[in-house]
Ligand binder design. Structure first.
Ligand SMILES: [Zn+2]
Ligand SMILES: [Zn+2]
Length: 287
Protein backbone atom coordinates (compact mmCIF):
# COMPACT_ATOMS: atom_id res chain seq x y z
CA UNK A 1 0.00 0.00 0.00
CA UNK A 2 1.29 3.47 -0.87
CA UNK A 3 2.02 5.50 2.23
CA UNK A 4 0.96 9.03 3.14
CA UNK A 5 3.50 11.50 1.76
CA UNK A 6 4.47 14.37 4.06
CA UNK A 7 7.03 17.01 3.13
CA UNK A 8 8.59 19.62 5.41
CA UNK A 9 10.57 22.63 4.21
CA UNK A 10 13.53 22.04 6.52
CA UNK A 11 16.15 19.50 7.45
CA UNK A 12 15.16 20.11 11.09
CA UNK A 13 11.70 19.07 12.19
CA UNK A 14 9.81 17.52 15.06
CA UNK A 15 9.14 13.77 15.20
CA UNK A 16 6.28 12.37 17.31
CA UNK A 17 7.85 10.33 20.08
CA UNK A 18 6.08 7.07 19.34
CA UNK A 19 6.75 4.00 17.23
CA UNK A 20 6.02 4.95 13.57
CA UNK A 21 4.55 1.48 13.01
CA UNK A 22 2.31 0.70 16.00
CA UNK A 23 2.30 3.91 18.05
CA UNK A 24 3.74 2.22 21.18
CA UNK A 25 6.41 3.86 23.34
CA UNK A 26 9.64 3.85 21.33
CA UNK A 27 12.64 1.92 22.62
CA UNK A 28 15.41 1.75 20.01
CA UNK A 29 16.82 3.87 17.20
CA UNK A 30 16.31 2.73 13.63
CA UNK A 31 18.32 4.43 10.91
CA UNK A 32 16.19 5.06 7.86
CA UNK A 33 18.28 5.48 4.72
CA UNK A 34 17.12 7.54 1.77
CA UNK A 35 17.19 5.51 -1.44
CA UNK A 36 17.93 8.62 -3.46
CA UNK A 37 20.67 10.29 -1.41
CA UNK A 38 21.95 7.44 0.78
CA UNK A 39 21.66 9.80 3.79
CA UNK A 40 20.17 8.37 6.97
CA UNK A 41 17.92 9.79 9.67
CA UNK A 42 17.22 8.18 13.04
CA UNK A 43 13.68 7.33 14.11
CA UNK A 44 12.70 5.54 17.29
CA UNK A 45 10.89 2.20 17.07
CA UNK A 46 9.47 -0.20 19.65
CA UNK A 47 11.32 -3.51 19.98
CA UNK A 48 8.52 -5.68 18.63
CA UNK A 49 8.33 -3.66 15.43
CA UNK A 50 12.11 -3.79 15.03
CA UNK A 51 11.79 -7.59 15.25
CA UNK A 52 9.18 -7.89 12.50
CA UNK A 53 10.97 -5.39 10.25
CA UNK A 54 14.27 -7.31 10.61
CA UNK A 55 12.47 -10.62 9.91
CA UNK A 56 10.85 -9.10 6.81
CA UNK A 57 14.14 -7.74 5.50
CA UNK A 58 15.99 -10.99 6.15
CA UNK A 59 13.40 -12.76 3.95
CA UNK A 60 14.65 -10.83 0.93
CA UNK A 61 18.29 -11.57 1.78
CA UNK A 62 17.63 -15.31 2.26
CA UNK A 63 15.72 -15.61 -0.98
CA UNK A 64 18.42 -13.69 -2.89
CA UNK A 65 21.05 -16.07 -1.46
CA UNK A 66 19.04 -19.12 -2.62
CA UNK A 67 18.62 -17.55 -6.05
CA UNK A 68 22.32 -16.77 -6.39
CA UNK A 69 23.29 -20.32 -5.43
CA UNK A 70 20.69 -21.63 -7.91
CA UNK A 71 22.00 -19.51 -10.78
CA UNK A 72 25.61 -20.56 -10.13
CA UNK A 73 24.64 -24.26 -9.96
CA UNK A 74 22.51 -23.91 -13.10
CA UNK A 75 25.43 -22.41 -15.04
CA UNK A 76 27.85 -25.11 -13.86
CA UNK A 77 25.38 -27.90 -14.73
CA UNK A 78 24.48 -26.34 -18.10
CA UNK A 79 28.16 -26.08 -19.06
CA UNK A 80 29.37 -29.37 -17.58
CA UNK A 81 26.31 -31.53 -18.32
CA UNK A 82 23.20 -30.60 -20.28
CA UNK A 83 21.65 -27.21 -20.98
CA UNK A 84 18.14 -28.44 -20.18
CA UNK A 85 19.32 -29.78 -16.83
CA UNK A 86 20.73 -26.34 -16.03
CA UNK A 87 17.36 -24.82 -16.89
CA UNK A 88 15.57 -27.28 -14.60
CA UNK A 89 17.93 -26.35 -11.73
CA UNK A 90 17.32 -22.64 -12.43
CA UNK A 91 13.52 -23.03 -12.33
CA UNK A 92 13.75 -25.13 -9.15
CA UNK A 93 15.97 -22.50 -7.47
CA UNK A 94 13.58 -19.69 -8.47
CA UNK A 95 10.66 -21.65 -7.01
CA UNK A 96 12.50 -22.36 -3.74
CA UNK A 97 13.63 -18.70 -3.49
CA UNK A 98 10.04 -17.53 -4.01
CA UNK A 99 8.81 -19.99 -1.37
CA UNK A 100 11.52 -19.00 1.14
CA UNK A 101 10.64 -15.34 0.75
CA UNK A 102 6.91 -15.99 1.13
CA UNK A 103 7.37 -18.22 4.20
CA UNK A 104 9.73 -15.80 5.94
CA UNK A 105 7.51 -12.82 5.21
CA UNK A 106 4.51 -14.70 6.58
CA UNK A 107 6.54 -15.36 9.75
CA UNK A 108 7.40 -11.64 9.98
CA UNK A 109 3.73 -10.69 9.59
CA UNK A 110 2.86 -13.02 12.49
CA UNK A 111 5.13 -11.00 14.80
CA UNK A 112 3.10 -7.84 14.00
CA UNK A 113 0.55 -6.59 16.51
CA UNK A 114 -3.00 -5.55 15.64
CA UNK A 115 -1.98 -1.90 15.60
CA UNK A 116 1.04 -2.38 13.31
CA UNK A 117 0.83 -0.31 10.11
CA UNK A 118 3.00 -2.62 8.03
CA UNK A 119 5.19 -5.73 8.42
CA UNK A 120 8.08 -3.92 6.70
CA UNK A 121 9.55 -0.52 7.60
CA UNK A 122 6.56 1.78 8.15
CA UNK A 123 8.32 4.87 6.87
CA UNK A 124 10.45 5.86 3.95
CA UNK A 125 12.82 8.83 3.92
CA UNK A 126 12.53 10.08 0.35
CA UNK A 127 15.45 12.48 0.77
CA UNK A 128 16.06 16.21 0.75
CA UNK A 129 15.13 17.95 -2.49
CA UNK A 130 16.99 21.16 -1.74
CA UNK A 131 13.74 22.68 -0.50
CA UNK A 132 12.02 19.91 1.42
CA UNK A 133 12.58 16.70 3.39
CA UNK A 134 10.13 14.13 2.09
CA UNK A 135 8.68 11.12 3.91
CA UNK A 136 6.17 8.42 3.22
CA UNK A 137 4.41 6.94 6.26
CA UNK A 138 2.41 3.70 6.29
CA UNK A 139 0.56 4.65 9.47
CA UNK A 140 -2.03 7.39 8.80
CA UNK A 141 -2.06 8.23 12.52
CA UNK A 142 1.70 8.75 12.62
CA UNK A 143 1.54 10.74 9.35
CA UNK A 144 -1.14 13.03 10.81
CA UNK A 145 0.77 13.51 14.08
CA UNK A 146 4.00 14.20 12.22
CA UNK A 147 2.23 16.75 9.97
CA UNK A 148 0.55 18.43 12.95
CA UNK A 149 3.81 18.67 14.84
CA UNK A 150 5.42 20.39 11.85
CA UNK A 151 2.44 22.48 10.75
CA UNK A 152 4.45 25.62 9.99
CA UNK A 153 6.94 23.65 7.87
CA UNK A 154 4.51 21.63 5.75
CA UNK A 155 5.30 21.85 2.04
CA UNK A 156 3.74 20.46 -1.15
CA UNK A 157 0.68 19.14 0.73
CA UNK A 158 -0.99 16.36 -1.22
CA UNK A 159 -4.82 16.16 -1.35
CA UNK A 160 -4.43 12.83 0.52
CA UNK A 161 -2.67 14.54 3.44
CA UNK A 162 -5.12 17.45 3.48
CA UNK A 163 -8.01 14.99 3.72
CA UNK A 164 -6.26 12.99 6.42
CA UNK A 165 -5.56 16.07 8.57
CA UNK A 166 -9.13 17.22 8.12
CA UNK A 167 -10.49 13.87 9.29
CA UNK A 168 -8.03 13.82 12.17
CA UNK A 169 -9.15 17.29 13.34
CA UNK A 170 -12.83 16.37 13.10
CA UNK A 171 -12.28 13.16 15.04
CA UNK A 172 -10.57 15.12 17.79
CA UNK A 173 -13.43 17.59 18.01
CA UNK A 174 -15.92 14.71 18.24
CA UNK A 175 -13.94 13.09 21.06
CA UNK A 176 -12.72 15.95 23.26
CA UNK A 177 -9.61 15.36 25.30
CA UNK A 178 -10.68 14.43 28.84
CA UNK A 179 -10.00 17.04 31.45
CA UNK A 180 -6.79 16.40 33.35
CA UNK A 181 -7.59 14.66 36.61
CA UNK A 182 -6.99 16.91 39.55
CA UNK A 183 -4.15 15.63 41.67
CA UNK A 184 -0.79 16.53 43.03
CA UNK A 185 1.64 17.14 40.19
CA UNK A 186 5.07 15.63 40.78
CA UNK A 187 7.75 18.20 41.55
CA UNK A 188 9.64 19.35 38.43
CA UNK A 189 12.96 17.64 37.73
CA UNK A 190 16.08 19.47 38.81
CA UNK A 191 19.09 19.93 36.54
CA UNK A 192 20.75 17.02 38.35
CA UNK A 193 17.70 14.80 37.69
CA UNK A 194 17.73 15.74 34.01
CA UNK A 195 21.45 15.05 33.74
CA UNK A 196 20.96 11.62 35.33
CA UNK A 197 18.08 10.90 32.97
CA UNK A 198 20.12 11.91 29.91
CA UNK A 199 23.00 9.67 31.02
CA UNK A 200 20.73 6.64 31.28
CA UNK A 201 18.53 7.25 28.24
CA UNK A 202 19.40 4.90 25.41
CA UNK A 203 19.08 5.90 21.80
CA UNK A 204 19.86 9.19 20.11
CA UNK A 205 16.24 10.06 19.34
CA UNK A 206 15.01 9.40 22.89
CA UNK A 207 17.93 11.35 24.37
CA UNK A 208 17.29 14.33 22.12
CA UNK A 209 13.62 14.29 23.06
CA UNK A 210 14.61 14.28 26.75
CA UNK A 211 17.04 17.15 26.11
CA UNK A 212 14.28 19.14 24.40
CA UNK A 213 12.02 18.66 27.42
CA UNK A 214 14.81 19.59 29.82
CA UNK A 215 15.58 22.78 27.88
CA UNK A 216 11.91 23.74 28.00
CA UNK A 217 12.05 23.57 31.80
CA UNK A 218 15.47 25.03 32.50
CA UNK A 219 16.01 28.70 31.65
CA UNK A 220 19.43 29.51 33.15
CA UNK A 221 22.33 29.59 30.71
CA UNK A 222 24.91 27.56 32.68
CA UNK A 223 22.78 24.46 33.36
CA UNK A 224 21.41 24.57 29.79
CA UNK A 225 24.99 24.48 28.55
CA UNK A 226 25.75 21.57 30.84
CA UNK A 227 22.73 19.62 29.54
CA UNK A 228 23.73 20.21 25.91
CA UNK A 229 27.40 19.37 26.62
CA UNK A 230 26.30 16.10 28.25
CA UNK A 231 24.28 15.02 25.23
CA UNK A 232 27.07 16.09 22.86
CA UNK A 233 29.55 13.98 24.85
CA UNK A 234 27.25 10.93 24.79
CA UNK A 235 26.54 11.30 21.07
CA UNK A 236 30.19 11.76 20.12
CA UNK A 237 31.50 8.95 22.38
CA UNK A 238 31.27 6.14 19.76
CA UNK A 239 33.09 8.29 17.20
CA UNK A 240 35.83 9.21 19.67
CA UNK A 241 36.29 5.52 20.52
CA UNK A 242 36.70 4.75 16.83
CA UNK A 243 39.17 7.62 16.47
CA UNK A 244 41.25 6.27 19.34
CA UNK A 245 41.64 2.95 17.51
CA UNK A 246 42.77 4.60 14.27
CA UNK A 247 46.50 5.35 13.92
CA UNK A 248 46.92 7.50 10.83
CA UNK A 249 46.08 11.21 10.90
CA UNK A 250 44.58 10.98 7.40
CA UNK A 251 42.13 8.30 8.52
CA UNK A 252 41.25 10.30 11.64
CA UNK A 253 40.64 13.36 9.48
CA UNK A 254 38.40 11.47 7.08
CA UNK A 255 36.34 10.03 10.00
CA UNK A 256 35.95 13.52 11.48
CA UNK A 257 35.04 15.09 8.15
CA UNK A 258 32.42 12.43 7.50
CA UNK A 259 30.95 13.08 10.96
CA UNK A 260 30.88 16.83 10.25
CA UNK A 261 29.12 16.23 6.91
CA UNK A 262 26.59 13.91 8.60
CA UNK A 263 25.84 16.61 11.19
CA UNK A 264 24.91 18.98 8.37
CA UNK A 265 22.15 16.69 7.12
CA UNK A 266 20.97 15.37 10.49
CA UNK A 267 17.70 16.32 12.16
CA UNK A 268 19.58 17.58 15.23
CA UNK A 269 18.59 20.52 17.47
CA UNK A 270 20.54 23.67 16.52
CA UNK A 271 22.16 24.23 19.92
CA UNK A 272 23.38 20.63 20.07
CA UNK A 273 24.65 20.77 16.49
CA UNK A 274 26.67 23.92 17.26
CA UNK A 275 28.42 22.26 20.24
CA UNK A 276 29.17 19.01 18.41
CA UNK A 277 30.41 20.87 15.34
CA UNK A 278 32.74 22.97 17.47
CA UNK A 279 34.18 19.88 19.16
CA UNK A 280 34.69 18.03 15.88
CA UNK A 281 36.31 21.04 14.24
CA UNK A 282 38.61 21.47 17.22
CA UNK A 283 39.74 17.85 16.76
CA UNK A 284 40.39 18.39 13.06
CA UNK A 285 42.47 21.46 13.93
CA UNK A 286 44.52 19.38 16.41
CA UNK A 287 45.63 16.92 13.71
ZN1 LIG B 1 5.91 -0.57 17.22
ZN1 LIG C 1 4.92 -2.95 13.82
Amino acid sequence: MAGVIVEVSSRKFGVPFECPCCGAAPEVDVRVVSRTSGKALAFSYCRRCVAHVSAWESAGVASAAVMLLGILSAIVIAVAAKLWLGLVVFVAAATIAWWVRGARRAAATKVCGASCASPHLALEYRGWSGQASSFSFQSPTFAARFAEQNQSLLANMTPQLRKLLDGYRKARLAVPTPAVAAGVAPPPLTVKDWLARLETTEGTVARRVALGRALEMIAEAAPRRELIQTVARLELAPLLERLARVQSAAQKKSLLERAIADLGVDNIPDELEAVELQQLQARVAEL
